[in-house]
Design a protein around this ligand. Structure first.
Ligand code: TNX
Length: 740
């Protein structure tokens, strides 16, 4: 076994170094790809004694030195004259004809010379230089000298806004993690960090004037003001950033040329603040459920004190976040409580409004004018365009579809494009992996294919109002497994970075993919990020399985018994005969020690059994989500109870004929996002049609059983409530008996 492992590592090393060699031609594997690259023959050597010279703005000095120190074990000697024998010189001069974030980088016999008109451009040039240095610049693995090729690069970004949003409400990420993420953004030349600091499931920013927001609103659990959610369980879960933490994060990001834009999601998505200060919601009997399955999460639009409170909050935050932008939310408002609230109704009547969106617009405009008083431009999710007017300074975030971005720029507002079906990296990579799927599975090539300006004809002025692109990472399903945040992010975020930075005519997916596997994944690894590796592509043709590696020379290993392939599993040939039960084949690729997911053969789901079955339950049902939907063999429709489940509830499947099968996978809840699952229950089967026996426990949503004999009934029994507003039961996945 030892021998096998070492051979494997050796094979992997060969494959990576080959790729390095093969891909050098492709703009040095720089990512995002620069505008112009001219490679010249020759190499320059950097070492501990290379002098460093800044002219003009030297605000990046401290950062650059600290990174170089990681690589060489010492910072470089600073000189105040052009070094005679060459060195690294960084010149910022506002009279240079280079865009603000652009740069000119030359490496030749006189060393490394960077020219920019602004320190932003100089900083991005430094990031380009880092990509040509050994990966120790990211990992801290020290070397004595670094060889960099002679090259001339002229570069500038396509879009000014290259953003990333992280939801820290559904899951909380500590300060150190945020700092790490900011490093990953800057290595991709991404310059905006949109920080989603409040949502139903936790308020994360310390506000001195309203201490309950974090004392109470930052925590969820059985005895907290917000209930357990998204895998956090009965115990107390949460956390928040102190104002001191925020100052530190904002300063750290600034040093990396990343601007931090805070978001407080208003007036919906506010269960955590309503939990802390219940009087801020409409005082009505509240039973309406928001899109995300929450109750009591809407601020009252007519309560004057709310605007005072929000102004106080904005005042504190305006000081913490120097950005000119402030995101005030505005998405997914279910106005039902407003329509029941006497004061909101009176406000609507006095203004002759008939549509509650007009009330939302009233709310939005009040917040917008507070923000303007604090010198901030408001950002809103695309729903803020409904129901009225907005100030011309407001920016629309187009998330539901790019068409809302086009609408915004036509109506005179700036927009940032982030349509879910291209840029929401909380979507699952494939239908077999964790993550949301409301915008479909989102594969790397699809992300890369996005062009924020395609799909409509805009005037030049309108095009200029498309500020750029943003990836969003919502955190519902990021509770597990560990480091799912990175798994969801990379390399899809690398694709977004290139969409945002690189000229459209410079972009080519094959070339991007070559640079990614040639160098960039290795950079990510050195920078401490994990990533999702593309699995091998599998085709079944005429009884043969064709196995296509995700990159040249990748190792692909496989199993034929349904188990997860590991480093000891046999290597897969390019083509093999389909000789076993198709569902039991699993193929997996490796990049160094990073495995891809193992996806089943395409089409195997069509081999599942669909016996005739009748379902019954004691739980109340409604038409749209009735019990029968758990037995229609469509995995996208399922039963949803109309109330939380409780001990004693049951759901029964009665088969028309005794069922002999290989196994049955029972799934409750939406396991890809850990919601509405049964966390304490049992599965019972009846062989004779009358008596039941327990065959498995359910403690985490789903379970697979292997009945020994034909069964007549299968029953799911609830032992305890799951702290969710409802329970979901999905169709059984019944595998036939294995063919011999
Ligand atoms: C929609 S995008 C939401 C979020 C969810 C997300 C999941 C937006 C403005 N609202 O509350 O977390 O979908 O993808």
């Amino acid at each position: 076994m030892i021998k096998k492992v070492s051979v494997t590592i050796f094979a992997a090393l060969i494959s990576v170094s080959n790729i390095f060699a093969q891909e050098r031609a492709s703009a040095l594997n720089l990512l995002p790809i620069p505008l112009h690259v001219v490679e010249n023959s020759g190499e320059y050597i950097l070492n501990q004694n290379t002098p460093l010279y800044f002219i003009g703005d030297s605000s990046d000095k401290e950062y650059l030195q600290s990174q170089l120190k990681k690589l060489f074990g010492t910072s470089l000697k600073e000189v105040n004259r052009v070094p005679k024998r060459g060195g690294v010189s960084i010149i910022t001069d506002s009279s240079l004809d280079i865009p603000k974030e652009g740069y000119h980088l030359n490496i030749g016999k006189h060393g490394v010379s960077i020219k920019a008109s602004h320190s932003d451009g100089a900083f991005w040039a430094i990031q380009t230089l880092f990509q040509m240095l050994p990966n120790g610049i990211y990992s801290g693995d020290m070397i004595t000298q670094a060889v960099v090729p002679y090259v001339t690069i002229d570069d500038s970004p396509r879009f000014a806004w290259r953003g990333f949003m992280l939801d820290v409400s559904r899951q909380f990420f500590p300060k150190e993690y945020i700092l790490k993420y900011i490093d990953w953004l800057s290595m991709h030349k991404m310059n905006k960090f949109h920080w989603h600091l409040s949502d139903d499931n936790g308020w994360r920013v310390e506000i001195k004037k309203y201490p309950y927001l974090t004392e109470k609103g930052a925590w969820r659990g059985e005895n907290e003001v917000t209930p357990p959610a998204y895998g956090s369980g009965k115990g107390r879960y949460g956390g928040f950033y102190t104002q001191e933490d925020i100052r530190e994060i904002v300063a750290y990001a600034k040093q990396r040329h990343v601007e931090v834009i805070p978001e407080i999601d208003l007036p919906g998505h506010s269960r955590s603040s309503v939990g802390a200060y219940p009087e801020i919601a409409c005082l009505v009997d509240e039973s309406s459920i928001s899109v995300n399955g929450e109750v009591s999460n809407l601020l009252c639009a007519s309560r004057e004190e709310n605007y005072k409170m929000l102004e106080d909050i904005i005042a504190e935050m305006a000081e913490l976040f120097p950005s000119e932008y402030f995101h005030a939310g505005g998405d997914e408002v279910n106005p039902a409580p407003w329509t029941k609230c006497e004061k909101c109704n009176a406000l609507m009547e006095s203004n002759k409004w008939s549509d509650p969106h007009q009330l939302q617009n009233y709310f939005t405009r009040r917040i917008e004018s507070i923000l303007l008083n604090y010198g901030k431009r408001m950002i809103g999710w695309n729903e803020v365009m409904k129901g009225g007017e907005l100030d011309s300074s407001t920016v629309v975030f187009a998330w539901q579809s790019a068409k809302y971005g086009f609408e915004a720029v036509r109506r005179g507002w700036d927009c940032v494009m982030m349509p879910g079906n291209y840029t929401y990296i909380d979507m699952q990579h494939s239908s077999y992996e964790r993550g949301h799927n409301w915008a479909g599975a989102l594969e790397l090539d699809k992300v890369y294919s996005y062009d924020p300006l395609a799909g409509d004809t805009l005037t030049t002025e309108e095009r200029n109002r498309v500020l750029g692109i943003q990836a969003c990472l919502w955190a519902e399903s990021l509770d597990k497994p560990a480091r799912q945040v990175e798994y969801q992010s990379f390399p899809r975020l690398s694709a977004i970075a290139e969409v945002g930075w690189s000229a459209q005519e410079r972009r080519d997916y094959g070339d991007f993919y070559g640079r990614l596997y040639g160098s960039h994944l290795n950079r990510l690894k050195s920078a401490g990020a994990i990533f999702r590796l593309n699995p091998p592509k599998l085709n079944v043709v005429n009884g043969n399985i064709e196995v296509i590696s995700p990159y040249d020379l990748a190792q692909v290993r496989y199993t034929i018994d349904g188990s997860e392939p590991n480093i000891d599993s046999p290597l897969a040939p390019r083509s093999l005969k389909l000789e076993h039960f198709p569902r039991n084949y699993r193929f997996k690729a490796w990049y160094l020690d990073t495995p891809s997911p193992a996806l089943p053969l395409p089409g195997v789901d069509s081999l599942l059994m669909k016996p005739q079955v009748e379902v019954t339950t004691n739980m109340p049902e409604r038409d749209r989500w009735g019990a029968a939907l758990a037995a229609d063999w469509n995995p996208n429709s399922y039963f949803r109870s109309t109330r939380p489940c409780a001990s004693g509830d049951w759901f029964n499947f009665q088969f028309a004929e005794p069922l002999s099968c290989g196994s049955i996978h029972i799934e409750t809840g939406l396991s890809n996002i850990s919601r509405y699952q049964l966390m304490d229950g049992v599965v019972e089967v009846s062989y004779d049609g009358d008596n039941f026996e327990e065959i498995a426990k359910i403690t985490d949503g789903s379970v697979k059983i292997v009945p020994e004999r034909a069964i007549q009934q299968l029953r799911i029994r609830v032992l305890a409530a799951n702290h969710e507003p409802l329970l979901v039961i999905k169709d059984l996945r019944i595998e036939p008996l294995l063919s011999e």
